[in-house]
Design a protein around this ligand. Structure first.
Ligand SMILES: CC(C)(COP(=O)(O)OP(=O)(O)OC[C@H]1O[C@@H](n2cnc3c(N)ncnc32)[C@H](O)[C@@H]1OP(=O)(O)O)[C@@H](O)C(=O)NCCC(=O)NCCS
Length: 209
């Protein structure tokens, strides 16, 4: 599978609608919450050189991710990670995240890199990059970050917990912490899955896991 991953530019505006559609249909299929994006927002990210796109040799859309920065560059987050269903399970998400991670360390030197996710794949990738699970209090306190969760189906839970807790796990990479050769998945997947079930049972009355 020959896929190229590049910093997205204006020539990639044409993929904005497909990116949004793929994010939305994947979220619907998973039945989980997700922050909704518009093609204009994706184009703005591309214009600011804050997005990464993966394409196959024929220019077919394979994957995407973008960077957000908070508190004047003190924190950055990677959002909207999506791999088109036809390109999944070949390590592409890991390559995209690694690319965007290294790019953001250069573009936003000194920034702490964080993410919130319910997905095991993202937990694994982030762990391998050196992120650690942390409470939400360690993440940005910028209200506009948490506002981005408004279109998530679990937003009422986040709101009721005053942005301190939700179904997502918070993960943080602090560039000042050494060493940086993390073990592969230094967390116990079974324990993490169990915790996720407990959270879903508590917050959703076991409607969703
Ligand atoms: C999640 C997603 C990005 C993974 O893309 P991918 O290219 O198939 O992932 P990779 O092949 O790079 O897999 C990375 C790791 O996650 C694991 N993984 C992939 N999909 C997984 C899944 N659905 N559940 C659990 N683990 C998964 C892989 O086995 C691999 O683990 P390993 O390092 O032990 O081999 C893709 O399925 C997707 O776009 N889903 C919809 C959008 C989404 O969920 N985005 C994340 C929002 S938080």
């Amino acid at each position: 599978m020959k896929i190229s991953i590049v910093i997205a530019q204006e020539e990639h505006y044409k993929y904005a609608q497909e990116i949004c559609d793929t994010i939305e249909s994947s979220a619907l299929l998973r039945g989980t919450g997700i922050a909704k994006r518009t093609p204009d927002y994706i184009k703005k990210k591309i214009h600011n050189r804050d997005a990464v796109i993966a394409l196959d040799k024929n220019g077919v859309f394979a994957g995407f991710c973008y960077i957000e920065s908070w508190q004047h560059g003190k924190f950055v987050a990677h959002s909207g990670l999506i791999v088109h269903p036809s390109f999944r399970n070949h390590g592409l998400a890991k390559k995209i995240k690694t690319f965007v991670f290294n790019y953001s360390l250069k573009k936003y030197p000194g920034a702490k890199v964080f993410g919130i996710t319910t997905g095991l794949a993202v937990m694994k990738i982030n762990s391998d990059l050196g992120y650690k699970p942390v409470p939400f209090s360690e993440l940005t306190n910028d209200p506009s970050f948490w506002k981005g969760c408004q279109t998530c189906t679990n937003y009422e839970i986040l709101k009721s917990k005053d942005n301190k807790m939700c179904l997502c796990t918070g993960m943080l990479y602090d560039p000042t912490e050494k060493p940086k050769i993390p073990p592969k998945h230094p967390f116990n997947v079974r324990i993490w899955n169990r915790l996720k079930e407990i959270k879903a049972a508590l917050f959703l009355g076991n409607k969703e896991k």
